[in-house]
Write a protein that binds this ligand. Structure first.
Ligand SMILES: *Cc1c(COP(=O)(O)O)cnc(C)c1O
Length: 363
């Protein structure tokens, strides 16, 4: 397929406007789905073919489809935002396309050409534009993903894949303002090791993080924070969000990527926005003991997690085998944390100038 051309097969009985309006009032996260989905097939020798937008529906799979056994699967997470003028916009979708291709390579999958990825996302937003919530913090969450669909139990890269995009109307991740979250430092489990798949957005990384996340919940914490797998000392990231630290001299640190951390697009955007503000940001390792010492001494002023789903989330308390400590007063979001969040959200919503060419207007 040279030109990304899509066959459009509109839903024969889409959700009616009244029902949809009800579903969009308080959609939560990841439960309210749109009318359509994108599907593209891949087969060795044929390449990518049969791109289409069709009614969202269950898919039939053979029980021997290799993804069900060997987990060759990757995904992306991005949002279409409602702009002030009533239109819609994508934020750095080209970065998602590039990361999807890199994830594919790591998992021995054929990369989807980036123009095809971008067009698939635009096509779904065009088909389901009425599903973008209008309220503050709402967005159409887009989930492109692909998986091994060859019917074969031998262990090898699949010769067939299915690429799909589904859309889900989401509300503000946190209902009331920006509460701080509590983190559990996992001593028993790691997320990613050197040479592993930590920098690929694959479902397997999430499967591997769930037990640690359950442990966090059991200890009364919201999220797990992972340390590096070699020295069990350097702070890496949460199960699905990157980390930043803000110091009393106004400088910031975020852990360096080095292959074990997922290269977040929000992380990269925050790095850029902070530097635009004249803030010194270093990509530098930060040890858990140092975090505790700095939080206790007051040298550390703020800490936050970031990612597409929850945007920027202030960290209030950290709990681990060595006891608890607080960041700031443990409850009030940091000043710079909120400033960076607003700067980012305003660009996404078209309320602030788009100096870096991050926003693509649609419709
Ligand atoms: C997706 C993801 C992030 C955040 O990436 P964004 O592009 O900012 O949404 C961070 N960590 C992990 C493990 C992820 O899967």
């Amino acid at each position: 397929m040279t030109e990304p051309t899509f066959r459009i097969e509109p839903h024969a009985t889409p959700v009616d406007a009244g029902t949809r309006a009800g579903m969009l009032v308080d959609p939560g996260f990841g439960r309210v789905f749109t009318d359509h989905m994108v599907v593209i097939n891949y087969k060795e020798g044929m390449g990518w073919h049969d791109a289409r937008v069709q009614a969202r529906a269950p898919i039939q799979m053979d029980p021997a489809s290799s993804v069900l056994h060997y987990a060759q699967e990757i995904f992306e997470g991005m949002k279409a935002y409602r702009t002030e003028d009533g239109g819609a916009a994508l934020f750095r979708a080209d970065a998602n396309a590039a990361r999807f291709a890199r994830s594919a390579e790591r998992m021995a999958m054929p990369p989807l050409p980036e123009p095809l990825f971008l067009e698939s996302v635009r096509q779904l937003v065009a088909a389901d534009r009425d599903w973008i919530p209008g309220q503050e913090g709402g967005a159409l969450y887009l989930r492109p993903f692909m998986f091994a669909s060859e019917v074969f139990l031998g262990v090898k890269p699949s010769s067939e894949y299915l690429y799909m995009v589904i859309g889900s109307a989401v509300g503000a991740y946190f209902k009331s303002g920006t509460p701080t979250v509590s983190l559990w430092v996992s001593a028993d489990y790691t997320r990613a090791a050197p040479g592993g798949t930590g920098s690929a957005k694959c479902g397997g990384n999430y499967a591997a993080s769930l037990l640690a996340q359950s442990e966090a919940i059991r200890h009364g914490c919201d999220q797990v924070v992972f340390l590096d797998a070699v020295e069990r000392r350097w702070v890496e990231e949460l199960g699905g969000m990157n980390l930043f630290f803000v110091f009393d001299d106004g400088s910031m640190i975020t852990p360096p990527l080095r292959g074990t951390i997922l290269p977040g697009i929000t992380r990269d955007s925050i790095l850029t926005l902070a530097r635009d503000m004249g803030i010194t940001v270093r990509e530098e390792r930060y040890a858990i003991d140092q975090w505790r010492a700095d939080a206790t001494s007051g040298r550390l002023r703020e800490a936050f997690a970031c990612g597409t789903a929850a945007v920027v989330t202030p960290i209030g308390t950290v709990r681990g085998a060595d006891g608890d400590f607080r960041v700031g007063d443990g409850a009030t979001p940091g000043e710079l944390t909120l400033k960076l969040r607003t700067a980012l959200v305003d660009i996404q919503r078209g309320l602030a100038p788009d100096r870096h060419g991050w926003v693509e207007k649609l419709l």
